[in-house]
Ligand binder design. Structure first.
Ligand SMILES: Cc1cc2nc3c(=O)[nH]c(=O)nc-3n(C[C@H](O)[C@H](O)[C@H](O)COP(=O)(O)OP(=O)(O)OC[C@H]3O[C@@H](n4cnc5c(N)ncnc54)[C@H](O)[C@@H]3O)c2cc1C
Length: 482
């Protein structure tokens, strides 16, 4: 982000003023026609981001159209910056709510979800001080069956949703003590998790190492294939008439006291009634964001491996298995198609996405202690991705201090899990409605003291109007696993 020279670069304090460049007309269409399918093409021609000056419709939700995908607006009601999993679910739900929507992204459907494991794990992802996030995670997990059913028409072979459960195991006394602590927290939060002996763990998953000392059976933590999910959302967006503008946004446009769309890297402008920032870990790099709109999102690198079951042999695992090995998190997620996902490191390395020998070694070493048979499997892929992470590990959802600008970013290790509730929240706030209760603590103003939803505090600080959760205030780093 921010690669283009903008007014903001030259010191304009409150964003890039709208009106200085060309509006997007046929140019975006041409580009899109080149790589869009025939069906997509028609939708793009109809709804393409033909720019119209900001301020034509005014208030959020103005310009709501009858029926999804009607899409012949001279400018979109909403422009979403970022077409990763979160931008796409936002666009899909907004279009379903009757808004005309454009997504700006040079490579929509990519991003962290093309790397992610796809664990839907509110219970085994519970960390101390993140109880509000737990509520959000649980609310989203509950929505998953309906969410994937709705997406089924856009995914011929499904999205790999498996309600197969998770087994969290310990290999030594220290790991077991840690797992006991987790179990206590889970029970205090009223979550279902059953303590098993090592033998009981191996009865469930016979290929586990004989050294497994005990574990937690969590039947409520499921999985989905994030690549197939993203592909289905992209198809759903196209079907709903969402315009895909395959370009980089360089700056936010501001007209009067409102966000007015974005300037694209080539200088064109795309105007919209409302703008949603969904740029993942790069969200804070968009130029022109005014000082009152903080985007405290940083990248947290994760390296991950994909192995494949041997043909003709039964899969090594029937459910997700995870563990803390010598203090490091490791997990194995078996897909129905024979893929076994092994993740993931958690590294503060800025924008680096290289796969390192050390990362691969650590993952294989720890997974081998858990499941010795993995050394027989073909290693088919090594990848690294960036988790968009906030100081309290919770997402930024909904309106900001700048009218016309909303956020859907900062989902850290739970972006796949949080897709359904994120889409629902943004569809509500973009049409002037109320977000679900569980999303209220995650308003974007919590790090600047600007409460966007009445009475909302931070996720760890319900009722107050300032700052991060106790976890973040205490300066403790989170244990990251997904
Ligand atoms: C190794 C790993 C494992 C994970 N495992 C899990 C898991 O098991 N379960 C789970 O729930 N979550 C998991 N996650 C987290 C999850 O993948 C992310 O939270 C989620 O995918 C973030 O999606 P996003 O759309 O917000 O961001 P991204 O995926 O980063 O997408 C952002 C998009 O915005 C675009 N963009 C950015 N800036 C601009 C701009 N200026 N102009 C135009 N486009 C722009 C980018 O091109 C990109 O396509 C994992 C992540 C990693 C890295």
């Amino acid at each position: 982000m921010g690669s283009g020279k903008t007014d903001a670069d030259a010191g304009t304090p409150a964003g890039v003023r709208a009106g200085a460049g060309r509006d997007v007309h046929a140019g975006a269409d041409e580009e899109l026609r080149a790589d869009a399918s025939a069906g997509v093409e028609a939708a793009l021609r109809a709804g393409a981001g033909a720019g119209v000056r900001a301020g034509a419709t005014g208030l959020p939700g103005a310009g709501v159209r009858a029926g999804a995908g009607a899409g012949r607006s001279p400018r979109p009601d909403v422009v979403v910056v970022g077409g990763g999993l979160i931008g796409l679910v936002t666009a899909w739900r907004a279009a379903g709510a009757g808004l005309s929507v454009a997504v700006v992204d040079p490579a929509p459907g990519g991003g962290a979800a093309s790397v992610a494991a796809g664990m839907l794990a509110p219970v085994t992802e519970l960390h101390h001080g993140e109880e509000a996030l737990l509520d959000l995670n649980l609310a989203s997990a509950r929505r998953y069956p309906d969410f994937v059913a709705e997406l089924a028409e856009h995914a011929e072979d499904g999205v790999g949703y498996r309600a197969c459960g998770t087994l969290a195991v310990a290999l030594d006394a220290d790991d077991r003590a840690l797992l006991r602590e987790s179990h206590l927290s889970q029970r205090q939060c009223g979550l279902a998790a059953e303590w098993l002996t090592g033998r009981e763990c191996r009865r469930l998953e016979p290929m586990l190492a004989p050294g497994v000392r005990g574990g937690l059976r969590v039947d409520g933590d499921h999985q989905v294939d994030p690549r197939r999910l993203t592909a289905a959302l992209l198809a759903g967006c196209v079907r709903a008439g969402v315009t895909l503008v395959r370009r980089e946004a360089s700056a936010l446009l501001v007209s009067g006291d409102r966000a007015a769309g974005v300037r694209l890297a080539d200088g064109d402008q795309l105007h919209a009634g409302q703008t949603v920032l969904a740029g993942g870990s790069r969200s804070g790099r968009l130029a022109g964001l005014p000082p009152e709109v903080a985007v405290p999102v940083r990248p947290v690198k994760g390296q991950i491996l994909r192995l494949r079951d041997l043909p003709g042999l039964p899969p090594l695992l029937g459910r997700t298995v995870r563990a803390v090995v010598r203090g490091e998190q490791v997990y194995l997620v078996p897909r129905e198609n024979g893929e076994l996902v092994l993740g993931a490191t958690s590294e503060e390395r800025g924008w680096d996405t290289s796969v390192t020998a050390g990362g691969v070694y650590q993952l294989l070493r720890d997974a081998h202690e858990l499941l010795p048979g993995i050394t027989e499997l073909p290693l088919v892929e090594t990848r690294a991705g960036l988790r968009p992470t906030t100081p309290d590990n919770g997402p930024l959802l909904g309106p900001t201090a700048l009218p016309g600008l909303q956020m859907a970013t900062g989902h850290h290790r739970n972006g796949v899990l949080l897709a359904p509730i994120t889409g629902e929240t943004l569809a509500a706030t973009l049409t002037g409605g109320e977000p679900p209760d569980q999303a209220r603590p995650f308003h974007p103003g919590r790090f600047t003291g600007a409460g966007a939803h009445a009475g909302a505090g931070g996720p760890g600080n319900a009722g107050a109007s300032t700052g991060a959760s106790p976890l973040a205030r205490a300066g403790r780093s989170s244990e990251v696993s997904a």
